[in-house]
Each structure stands twice: as structure tokens, then as C-alpha cells.
Design a protein around this ligand. Structure first.
Ligand code: ACO
Length: 333
């Protein structure tokens, strides 16, 4: 059972931003030895969004964050912390969050990035949860934002078909209300023994950005898809089950599963393992592909907009990403 804390961390606002440019599987057929049929049956993806030249992780994060603040009816000055979860920062430093903070006018916040790849948002949520539940802060903006199109090798059909760009944001607030609400739990894990599964291997701190690594396409995503698939199903199912057990919640009490959108078949395999009905799973992969750390907050914002999340509902988030990293969270709305 969840140990009692001084305060609760409730969701006060949500927002998402997707670039206008749509890249369909049919479009990819023109440049790659692939087919709409292969991509659809193997992944569930039909199309993905691609950032325009003047868009980046920070600009998309800003748009999503602005919407989350507006839906929470909060002024930027009231935000105590801006956490941007991204693996595609605008530059190596300063953090993407500092650019976002400036654009938002969140002048009273501490702003920083966290790097947990696809699991980033659940990690960020878990950090925010601790600050709010102890009463240290009142309002924390957690944003997942990715410009994945900038780090995929567009000649590698085994990876480039998977990824898309976008951002999602959640504004969390401290509350002292009695009944359970907000983030009921979060569980986050890493296994550095599996760094080779998904990696952008080009040297930065080791060798400095260097021509050899550029020529060898090492500043792009490399993935052992099959091995990752198997690990992802097992870890995601286990960490979701752990979240339910921790809160003493039965599967039937969950209104919506909001999983990371890496592959429709991963999500279906997880649902089968947990005996969870597919109709209670919120999917965006068909239209956005894998937006890495942005995928869960985009799902939350879109589900909210479609009226699929109502006060009192319980949702479970589950994710696996590079690192390996994985995690889950339970939210009562
Ligand atoms: N079009 C057509 N054929 C293709 C394509 C493509 N786009 N990509 C690969 N193929 C071929 C392969 O070359 C291979 O051909 P061969 O049998 O002649 O060698 C065949 O299709 C099967 O390839 P597999 O890699 O075995 O295909 P699989 O069914 O495993 O699907 C996929 C690949 C979609 C990548 C899957 O393994 C997957 O989703 N893995 C998990 C991804 C994931 O969860 N990542 C974690 C998050 S990402 C992050 O953290 C950044």
C-alpha cells in the first residue's frame, strides 16, 4: 500500500503539440524499400509528424506547455519547476527546459532536462511527484518533447519508419485534499547492462563530435528491434502489474491504460499478458508513430480532449525505453 504523504500531486492541466507536416507510410514507399502493409502490420503506424525547419524540441515543448498552463488556468510566474524530458535537446547545453522557461515566462521556476529516452516522461512525473507530495513546491510543469526526425537515419528502414516528432505536457499541482487523487504511485527502473539495445553511439564526451562517427552514421539511432521487443513486453507488463499491486487496484478498476507508443504489437502483447481489454487502451501510434518521451503526455492530452478521461477515473501509464529504462505510474483524475 502507498505510504501516506503530506500532500497529493494532482493533474491540473494538459496540452500537446504536433507539427503540421504529416509523413505517411505511402510517402516512405517512395524513398525506402518498404511498404505501407509491412509498417502497418509490424508496428500499427500509418503516419507520423515531422518538425518544420523552424521547430525543435524547445519550440514544441513551449507550445504544449503553454496549453497545459492555460488549461490549468495558471500564470507562468506560478510555476516552480519546468522539467523537460527529451533525448533530442536543441543543443548539448543549456538545457531545452531553459529555452522553454524563457519563452513561457516561467521566471520563478528551476528548469532542467532529464534524459531517460522513451521513459523520460514517467521519470519526470516521478520527480515532480516527490517535490509536490513533500510540499516543497506548488506547481510543476512536466513536458515530454522530441524532434526524433533529426536523429533517425532516413536510409535505415528498420528504424526510421518508427519515429515521429511532437510534445505533450502535464501541469501538476500540490493539493491537501483528503481523498486519493493525482499520482497515486510511480515506479521507475534502469538496467545499464542493456545500453546496446537502443543507442545513438556517436561520441560526444568521449571523442568529441568527430568526422569518422559522422561518416559512419553514428549520430543516428541504432536499435536491435527484435531483442528490444521481447524485453519491452516483459518489463512493461511486470511494471504495470507492480503498480496495480502497490495500490491494491484490480485491473477492472482501471479506466484507461496509457502505454508508451513504440509498437502496437508490444502493447497488444502486454495487454494479453495482463488480461487487459484492448478497448480500454488509448493508442496514438497510428497517427504519430513513436514520439519517445512525448508519447505518453500526448496520449494523456489527446484522451483528455476526447473526453476519455473523467474525474474519478484511474489510469495506468507504462513505458520501456533505451537505457534500458522502464516505469509505470497510476493517476487518479
Ligand atoms: N520494411 C520492410 N521490411 C523491413 C523493414 C521495413 N521498414 N524493416 C525491417 N524489415 C525486414 C528486415 O530486414 C527483416 O528481413 P529479413 O527477414 O529478410 O532479414 C524482416 O523485415 C524482419 O525484421 P525484424 O527486425 O525481425 O522485424 P520485427 O517484426 O522485429 O519488427 C520492429 C521490427 C518493428 C523494429 C520491432 O522489432 C519493434 O518494434 N521493436 C521494439 C521497438 C521498441 O520498443 N523500442 C523501444 C523504444 S524506442 C526508444 O527508446 C528510443
Amino acid at each position: 500500500m502507498n505510504p501516506s504523504s503530506l500532500f497529493k500531486a494532482a493533474v491540473a492541466g494538459t496540452g500537446s503539440y504536433l507539427p503540421d507536416k504529416v509523413l505517411t507510410n505511402k510517402d516512405l514507399e517512395n524513398t525506402l524499400d518498404t511498404s505501407d502493409e509491412w509498417i502497418t502490420t509490424r508496428t500499427g503506424i500509418k503516419e507520423r509528424r515531422i518538425a518544420a525547419d523552424n521547430e525543435s524540441a524547445s519550440t514544441m515543448a513551449f507550445e504544449a506547455g503553454k496549453k497545459a498552463l492555460s488549461s490549468a488556468r495558471l500564470e507562468p510566474e506560478q510555476v516552480d519547476m519546468v522539467i523537460v524530458c527529451t533525448s533530442t535537446p536543441d543543443v548539448l547545453f543549456p538545457s531545452t527546459a531553459c529555452f522553454v522557461q524563457k519563452e513561457l515566462g516561467a521566471v520563478n521556476s528551476a528548469a532542467y532536462d532529464i534524459s531517460a529516452v522513451c521513459s523520460g516522461f514517467v521519470f519526470g512525473l516521478s520527480i515532480a511527484e516527490q517535490y509536490l507530495k513533500t510540499g516543497r513546491y506548488d506547481h510543476i510543469l512536466v513536458i515530454g518533447s522530441e524532434a526524433n526526425s533529426r536523429i533517425v537515419d532516413w536510409s535505415d528502414r528498420s528504424t526510421c519508419i518508427l519515429f515521429g516528432d511532437g510534445a505533450g505536457a502535464v501541469l501538476l499541482k500540490k493539493t491537501d485534499q483528503e481523498e486519493p487523487v493525482g499520482i497515486l504511485s510511480s515506479h521507475i527502473y534502469s538496467d545499464g547492462a542493456l545500453t546496446d539495445l537502443i543507442v545513438v553511439p556517436g561520441g560526444i564526451g568521449t571523442t568529441g563530435v568527430n568526422k569518422q562517427d559522422i561518416d559512419d552514421n553514428k549520430y543516428f539511432i541504432k536499435m536491435s528491434g527484435n531483442a528490444t521487443f521481447k524485453v519491452a513486453v516483459k518489463r512493461m507488463a511486470n511494471v504495470i502489474q507492480e503498480a496495480l499491486d502497490f495500490n491494491e487496484i484490480k485491473m477492472e478498476e482501471v479506466s484507461l491504460l496509457l502505454p508508451h507508443q513504440a509498437n502496437q504489437r508490444i502493447v497488444s502483447a502486454v495487454a494479453e499478458k495482463l488480461n487487459f481489454p484492448e478497448e480500454k487502451i488509448y493508442m496514438t501510434i497510428q497517427k504519430y508513430g513513436n514520439t519517445s518521451a512525448a508519447s505518453i503526455p500526448i496520449g494523456i492530452a489527446d484522451a483528455m480532449e476526447e473526453g476519455k478521461i473523467k474525474p474519478g477515473d484511474v489510469s495506468v501509464l507504462g513505458v520501456v525505453g533505451a537505457g534500458l529504462t522502464w516505469g509505470s505510474a497510476v493517476i487518479k483524475w
